[in-house]
Design a protein around this ligand. Structure first.
Ligand SMILES: [Zn+2]
Length: 201
């Protein structure tokens, strides 16, 4: 097996490239309409619809590929309903619901563009926040599809592995090597935590 988050990084890269293009196109369209307020609302609505669809598509592929890569894995790879449930649920790491966060980001971007004179900067800010959301949930989708693979294969316990690169937080460092029942793993202490769980035989 290659790195635990290799597929994740590929998915995040792809989504970021798409998002850069989408924000660029949206900015151009809004600029052509002189950043008219109503047009900005329309453009951002369409923009976030596209971004949401991209994430859904690529997150689902990521979940399915990650599931098959997990050792061991079961016979029921994540489907769209699984992903939608994950994105509609409160997350203990982000402390928000993905779907609500998407809505909030769209509103902030639209309001920012309409109320600021630095309109192009507001598009850049929107892209920055979107990339952050995508990276955070890329990790969450990876972790959850892996745990589903383990559970489906009958795994009862997992071993916490911390990436000890000198940048790890105290909590993660303490957890390195600990074994947890698969249904009571403590939530990761922070976003973009790249600690990974190994199935214990
Ligand atoms: Zn960690």
């Amino acid at each position: 097996m290659s790195g635990f988050y290799d597929l994740t990084d590929k998915a995040i890269d792809l989504l970021n490239r798409r998002a850069v293009k989408r924000f660029e196109d949206a900015k151009d369209e809004a600029a052509q309409n002189g950043f008219d307020e109503l047009n900005v609302l329309e453009v951002t609505r369409a923009l976030y619809q596209d971004l949401t669809r991209d994430n859904k598509e690529i997150f689902l592929e990521l979940a399915q590929e990650r599931y098959q890569e997990a050792k061991p894995h079961g016979e029921e790879p994540p489907d769209l309903a699984w992903l939608l449930a994950l994105l509609a649920a409160y997350n203990a790491v982000t402390k928000v619901i993905y779907d609500n966060d998407v809505d909030r980001k769209r509103q902030y971007t639209a309001e920012g563009i309409n109320s600021s004179t630095a309109k192009v900067t507001e598009f850049r800010r929107g892209l920055h926040y979107w990339a952050d959301l995508t990276a955070t949930y890329g990790d969450i989708v990876t972790d959850e599809s892996t745990l589903k693979a383990y559970r489906d294969a009958g795994v009862k316990r997992v071993k916490w592995h911390t990436v000890l690169d000198g940048k790890e937080c105290e909590t993660c460092k303490e957890r390195d090597g600990k074994i947890y029942p698969i249904n009571s793993i403590p939530p990761k202490p922070h976003r973009k935590c790249r600690c990974w769980m190994e199935a214990v035989k």
